[in-house]
Write a protein that binds this ligand. Structure first.
Ligand code: 5GP
Length: 251
């Protein structure tokens, strides 16, 4: 028995389905096994990915909340359901990069693996129809998605998330290379971290492995056809579970 009734589907994304519930302050997120990359040009079903990402994300949200970072997370139900607060997601993807990789190295003369200190913070306009383009200051202002104060709050929150996760992952022998966050406002106007934090949204390298492909424990294994995606996500979960107990059942 769940302490809520599932309501209608509100939104279906590439890796998750979001459902209304019979409680106004509760939304249910189902993590799917679907994997997509390159704006959904590449697709596959990876059995077990939904459960792994739900568990990893839940544990990371719980860790962040204990560190004082506000998130939409409330708990889990079953293996691939997460209960969250309803949030008006800001259509901005905040990417923090601690080490150069991915699109940064394709767009600029920076070698993959170059440490970035201080970490680089990039904002992208979240809209698949436009391919999630990088935002300039002027474009951000033109779109009026956030005011100056909200922008500062959003960036400060993302940098706090980075500091907490860098510390956590380095203790687990993992390099947090970069990650994408989505943030949003709750009904009472609080800014919180939303969406998910998982190997789908972070680059994580095994610090004990030198080989540039073998060390990858994130979605780049899928993007680059390296195989072993589920095994890599499983390794991340195993290490996170070694230090964070849970996740907590909702209700
Ligand atoms: P890049 O800009 O190199 O493509 O991505 C930087 C980081 O943000 C990577 O960890 C990547 O997984 C994450 N990221 C950026 N955009 C998206 C997105 O639309 N979906 C997901 N799942 N991750 C993203």
């Amino acid at each position: 028995m769940t302490p809520y009734q599932l309501g209608p589907l509100l939104y279906e994304g590439k890796a998750k389905r979001i459902f209304q519930t019979d409680q106004p302050d509760l939304v249910a997120v189902e993590f799917k096994d679907d994997a997509t990359a390159f704006n959904a040009l590449k697709k596959a079903e990876l059995k077990g990915k939904g459960i792994l990402n739900c568990s990893i994300s839940a544990l990371l949200f719980e860790h962040l909340q204990r560190a004082g970072v506000p998130t939409h997370y409330l708990g889990v139900q079953g293996h691939h359901w997460m209960l969250v607060r309803p949030v008006r997601v800001i259509p901005i993807e905040v990417v923090i990069r601690n080490v150069a990789a991915g699109s940064l190295c394709k767009q600029m003369p920076i070698a993959a693996g170059t440490p970035l200190d201080p970490p680089l913070l990039d904002l992208y306009y979240k809209d698949d129809a436009y391919g999630d383009p990088l935002l300039s200051e002027a474009r951000l202002e033109r779109l009026s998605l956030v005011n100056g104060e909200q922008r500062r709050e959003l960036e400060a929150l993302a940098r706090r998330v980075n500091a907490v996760l860098l510390d956590l992952f380095s203790g687990l022998g993992l390099q947090l290379v970069d990650f994408k966050l989505e943030l949003g406002f709750t009904a009472d106007g609080a800014l919180v971290v939303a969406d998910e934090i998982s190997p789908d949204t972070c680059r994580l390298w095994d610090l004990d492995v030198v080989d540039a492909q073998e060390r990858i424990l994130d979605k780049d294994r899928f993007r680059q056809d390296l195989g072993g995606v589920i095994e890599a996500y499983g390794e991340v979960l195993k290490r996170v579970q070694g230090v964070i107990h849970g996740p907590s059942l909702y209700g």
